[in-house]
Design a protein around this ligand. Structure first.
Ligand SMILES: C[S@@+](CC[C@H](N)C(=O)[O-])C[C@H]1O[C@@H](n2cnc3c(N)ncnc32)[C@H](O)[C@@H]1O
Length: 317
């Protein structure tokens, strides 16, 4: 689901009064910081203008990613999900995506940075989500939490932590989880590696993988490959100007994993590459019980062939 126009406009109004030149400089500085300083435990954004520019350039994409993941994998557990804890909530895109997917009664937004909290609070000020959500200043690496949520989300946060801080943080989030925990990272080799690390750690704590993996065996992704998916996000005029691109959309790549506290039914296979359509058959690269394999779906297998032709990367098969 794309971010709605009202929220998009509210986001962009945050930048009223600044010159485009100044905003572009800040936008490129943020991109640089994320490219060069992630994973070192450094504070990447900690002032008002940078938080606003970050929100305008990133909120629509992370909102769409979280929305897609929740809709595809957790929609069917809708009635079990009434409370959310959003770790490293930033300007609140994951909270809003969850609010728009489920009927949430309480959202706890935990964030270390004051300027991010300010932006999120301003944004949510007169939106319906305000009635159920509340921000708390919280450092995932230092502070303790007694509360639990039916759903716990960490979206694009773990890659900002030093690797030694990650394990404790994951443990903390898992202990705060009543039912489901969703971890999302950028769809890069590093993001995918973090997801792989989270996967084996949470399985060792007794967690069950719900999605995207069709099994609980060791992750079969090759050393030189990475598990990621992609979603298409439309771009506003301001977004294009800030990032100096003409394309009306961008493809946001992400890696993710969802855990459940209870055993769940997993899919048979997950499509990892764009389906290739040949004369008489479709070739799919999937992850399944046998690891990663290429399967041919013949035209004679009418029902599965039709499904395969319409399938996309990331779909269950
Ligand atoms: C890339 S932003 C993602 C924000 C939001 N979750 C989203 O998906 O758009 C990462 C956020 O994590 C927060 N963060 C980083 N380290 C943190 C920590 N140790 N404790 C709490 N928040 C943290 C940052 O301040 C920032 O707001």
């Amino acid at each position: 689901m794309e971010l709605d126009l009202v929220t998009k406009n509210k986001l962009e109004n945050l930048l009223d009064g600044y010159s485009l030149k100044e905003l572009k400089n800040v936008s490129f500085e943020i991109i640089n910081r994320y490219q060069n300083e992630s994973g070192k435990g450094n504070v990447l954004i900690n002032d008002d203008l940078r938080s606003k520019v970050y929100a305008v350039t990133r909120f629509p994409a992370t909102y769409k990613v979280v929305s897609d993941i929740l809709e595809k994998s957790l929609q069917k557990y809708k009635n079990d999900i009434k409370t959310l804890i959003d770790f490293g909530s930033g300007s609140g895109s994951a909270s809003l995506a969850a609010f728009n997917t489920f009927e949430l009664e309480k959202i706890t937004q935990l964030e270390r940075d004051d300027s991010m909290i300010d932006v999120g609070q301003t944004l949510f000020n007169d939106l319906p989500i305000k009635n159920v959500s509340q921000y708390f200043k919280f450092d995932l690496t230092k502070d303790e939490l007694k509360e639990k949520g039916d759903l716990v989300i960490s979206s694009y946060v773990l890659n900002e932590l030093e690797s030694k801080e990650r394990i404790n943080s994951i443990k903390k989030m898992w202990e705060s989880t009543n039912k489901f925990m969703v971890i999302i990272e950028p769809g890069t080799p590093i993001g995918s590696e973090i997801i792989k690390e989270v996967r084996s750690f949470v399985i060792s704590l007794g967690g069950y993988v719900l999605s995207p993996c069709p099994h609980m065996n060791n992750c079969p992704i090759a050393e030189n490959d990475w598990c990621h998916f992609s979603t298409r996000v439309s771009r506003s005029r301001l977004h294009k100007a800030l990032k100096e691109g003409d394309s009306p959309f961008e493809d946001e790549k992400y890696s993710y994993i969802i855990f459940s506290k209870k055993e769940v039914n997993r899919c048979n296979a997950r499509i990892l590459r764009h389906p290739l359509i040949y004369n008489g058959y479709v070739s799919l690269t999937v992850c399944d019980q046998n690891g990663i394999e290429n399967i041919k779906i013949s035209k004679k297998d009418n029902k599965r062939y039709k499904l395969a032709r319409k399938a996309n990367v990331g779909d269950e098969f």
